[in-house]
Design a protein around this ligand. Sequence first.
Ligand SMILES: [Zn+2]
Length: 171
Amino acid sequence: MSDANVFAHECPLCNQYFPSRSKLLTHEKNKHCNNKIIPHHTSLILPSIELIVYYQDAFIVLIKKRLGFNRHSIGSKRLSIDAFPETIFVHLFENEPTFRYSPTQRKYYCQFQGKVGKERLKQILNYEYWNFRQDPKTKTMGYVLFVDYKGAYKVNFSWYLDIFLYFIYTN
Ligand SMILES: [Zn+2]
């Protein structure tokens, strides 16, 4: 067996070869943990405006559904949308400073934090009131918290294998 066969796992970012997927993953974590390059970028079709709006709206509806009004609903939450298109995720987030891509895991990641993060997400989702909901009877508000007296909180987005995951950290 030649070396080329033994070292069959190629890093698409620097073209080094590794003997196993786990070695390649370790390499990726060590050398490319802030990677933004998407080697297959040209194969991603630019989504139509209609499709972007459809998924922005779907996402906002999902968040609002999950926002509760009582103190028992406080805490970090995880939301997911099945079959969320990869191209939409890339289109919405690829220019953000925290955008990351792992080619080995085929996984994207993006994070928003504090007041700046909240304002940026208003622009990305194209909706001013995406992060809160009011009970029409009691006027109680449920919201995605970004800043309070304890500090700033984060919202993480990640995408892998057709699943779009969303995390809210409120404390
Ligand atoms: Zn590499």
